[in-house]
Design a binder for this molecule. Structure first.
Ligand code: ATP
Ligand code: MG
Length: 263
């Protein structure tokens, strides 16, 4: 059965696109058939896997089907990335998709799911990147997802937004059924974590707060704040391509083994 993952958080800049693209790429490098669907106007995943999104027409992106009467269906929008996975691109004007979906009377949250049904038999894993907002695009990403990843940084604002996101998913579950939700701490400064024990630091106290707040849905895998991740992206690479033996790449691999390959 195809596993479908949505990366979401009401807060911008928590690492949704970074974790989505890096986890998808590592998964594809193990030989699995992977599709990434970009639902964001930043087009981060699309640019990384396609090289560029400059000059892409709206009709070549998810905008073609995120509407009442699709111009094209998803199978016509799949781009084969040189990095060994497939990508369906977003477009800089995704606000248009929000407006188009909002105007629909019925079934507006299920548009992406219906498109995915057309092609999912070709893939082992589908990764959906969603915007830093709880809107129609986010709802469309959540409906088909078998598992939802919520990246968060270790600070109070991110925690509040993460809780809002969890509540949004819980409300949606009344209509779409239970979702397996995992909170992933990203950009963690774990200098003060020695042999699994935090020394008395502000970061350690916040980590304990995260454990209390999110409990069993908090993933044990954390992703460090890493210049390798940032530099890799600036060079059009994932961290697995850029520095495969460094700690950030190892954590992404651990994340995939723990949260993508197992349930
Ligand atoms: N673990 C990390 N270490 C260092 N930098 C990171 C890490 N994760 C993400 N970043 C950087 O943080 C910035 C925001 O990341 P990203 O674009 O993935 O967030 P996002 O949640 O997708 O944002 P948006 O809500 O705008 O879509 C980027 O510059 C990215 O390179
Ligand atoms: Mg993003």
């Amino acid at each position: 059965m195809t596993k479908i993952f949505a990366f979401t958080n009401n807060k911008g800049g928590t690492g949704k696109s970074t974790l989505c693209s890096n986890a998808a790429h590592f998964t594809a490098l193990t030989g699995a058939k992977v599709l990434v669907i970009d639902m964001t106007s930043q087009t981060t995943c699309s640019s990384l896997f396609m090289g560029t999104t400059n000059g892409l027409q709206e009709s070549e992106t998810v905008l073609a089907f995120l509407k009442k009467r699709p111009d094209r269906h998803i199978e016509d929008l799949i781009f084969e990335s040189k990095k060994g996975l497939d990508i369906v691109s977003s477009h800089v004007s995704m606000a248009e998709a929000v407006a188009q979906l909002s105007a629909m009377q019925m079934g507006k949250e299920g548009v992406l799911k219906r498109e995915i049904e057309r092609i999912k038999q070709h893939y082992d894993y589908i990764f959906i990147d969603s915007p830093g907002d709880l809107n129609e695009l986010t709802a469309n990403a959540l409906v088909p997802a078998t598992k939802v990843f919520i990246p968060t940084r270790l600070n109070r604002t991110d925690f509040q937004c993460t809780e809002t996101t969890i509540n949004f998913i819980k409300e949606a579950e009344n209509f779409i059924g239970a979702r397996n939700v995992r909170v992933i701490i990203n950009m963690l400064d774990d200098r003060y974590l020695v042999n699994g024990v935090w020394s008395n630091s502000h970061t350690g106290a916040l980590y304990k707060q995260a454990l209390q707040t999110f409990g069993h849905i908090l993933s044990p895998v954390t992703i460090p704040d890493s210049t390798d991740i940032r530099t890799a992206f600036d060079r059009g690479l994932t961290v697995i391509e850029y520095k495969p033996s460094e700690v950030a790449a190892k954590r992404i691999q651990e994340l995939v083994h723990r949260e993508v390959f197992s349930d």
